[in-house]
Design a protein around this ligand. Structure first.
Ligand code: GFB
Length: 327
């Protein structure tokens, strides 16, 4: 534990174009790491075991951040169960096996807070894993992520492989997915409120009842924790990563509406699922290791909104709103 990682070490960030991977690359570069190894999906298909093994054999990375995954919000998770299960299982199996086989010094696997039982006691402690039934809308993704954790633990147990697992809460920030059918709630609401304001629409449709509670962590905070823990954590027990506070979806909608400057009405679409009633992580083990989150939700939403208005999502904008509202 607490070993400094050489700044010239070869570090493979699997999934470097996504929300989490891009933030980890920014954090590593800011910290002075000079030898980052990345591959686009077109260059390396992580679901292809042979290609992954050849890649590790040739490139010989020393450290791996395994953050590549098929991810999506509540609707995408329930619409594409086979894709979420198959692709995530394949990525985890191929990368963990090849990393171990080719002598990687340490691997960090990114899980998710949805692996915990739907009705877990709050705040959720790491030991509640596998203590009850999962939330049906995302059980496929959750089962795949639980398999990834177990794989990492099994390789540690049987082969002494230094694999650690982080369990981040709901994440948001720049480079998120703002596609309304696939995204998580926070980017979806940024886009919906922005487009409603621009088009002068009298109301915005928000899914569910507004009562579920979620905890949101800015991805730059997660990346900071991920790099910190690569240095300071080496144990088989998964570690929760969050900020320690949550908010209702209605509260989030109000906050985003205020940030965007939208003054119309919010209409709740009760035909859409609420999902887990509450998902707040207990982060006392993380805090005891010396890390706490630093980006306040209001501040994080404001900077993410600023990023969004300057992104490619805005040009594509207006028509998706009309489609969504009538769906
Ligand atoms: O963020 P979200 O899709 O994921 O939804 P989960 C959170 C809550 O926001 C749900 C509500 O109660 C949704 O019904 N919501 C309201 C909306 N309006 C919208 C909207 O326009 N879009 C979306 N997406 N939600 C996901 C899992 O669960 O959390 C994943 O499905 C993953 O597997 C992720 O674990 C972190 O928090 O419910």
């Amino acid at each position: 534990m607490d070993k400094a990682i050489d700044k010239t070490s070869c570090i493979f960030v699997a999934g470097h174009r996504g929300l989490v991977g891009s933030a980890i690359c920014r954090r590593l570069m800011a910290a002075g790491f000079t030898n980052l190894l990345v591959r686009t999906h077109a260059e390396l298909d992580l679901c292809d075991a042979r290609a992954v093994d050849l890649f590790f054999g040739k490139q010989r990375p020393e450290y791996v951040f395994l953050v590549a995954a098929k991810v999506g919000g509540i609707l995408a998770n329930s619409t594409y169960p086979a894709d979420f299960l198959r692709e995530n299982l394949a990525i985890e199996l191929n990368v963990i096996e090849s990393a171990w086989r080719h002598g990687v010094k340490k691997l960090q696997f990114m899980g998710s807070s949805c692996i915990y039982p739907k009705m877990a006691e709050q705040p959720i402690r790491e030991e509640y894993l596998l203590s009850g039934p999962l939330e049906p809308t995302n059980e496929w993704y959750a089962i795949a992520k639980i398999a990834g954790i177990k794989l990492a633990q099994a390789y540690r147990h049987q082969y002494g492989f230094s694999a650690i697992c982080l369990m981040p809460t709901n994440l948001y920030g720049p480079y998120d997915n703002f596609d309304l059918q696939r995204s998580h709630v926070l980017p979806a609401l940024i886009r919906k409120f922005h487009e409603a304001k621009k088009l002068g629409m009298p109301e915005v449709v928000v899914w569910g009842s507004g009562t579920p509670r979620r905890e949101f962590l800015h991805v730059d905070d997660l990346a900071d924790a991920a790099v910190y823990l690569m240095h300071h954590y080496d144990d088989g027990m998964p570690l929760n990563v969050g900020g320690g506070t949550d908010i209702t979806i209605a509260g989030l909608a109000a906050l985003i509406g205020k940030t965007v400057g939208y003054e119309g009405k919010i209409v709740w679409d009760g035909t859409k699922p609420d999902g887990t009633p509450r998902k707040l992580l207990d982060v006392s083990r993380l805090n005891a290791l010396g890390w706490t989150a630093g980006i306040h939700l209001e501040q994080g939403i404001a900077s993410t909104y600023e990023w969004f208005v300057n992104s490619r999502w805005v040009e594509k904008g207006a028509s998706s709103m009309a489609t969504h509202q009538s769906a």
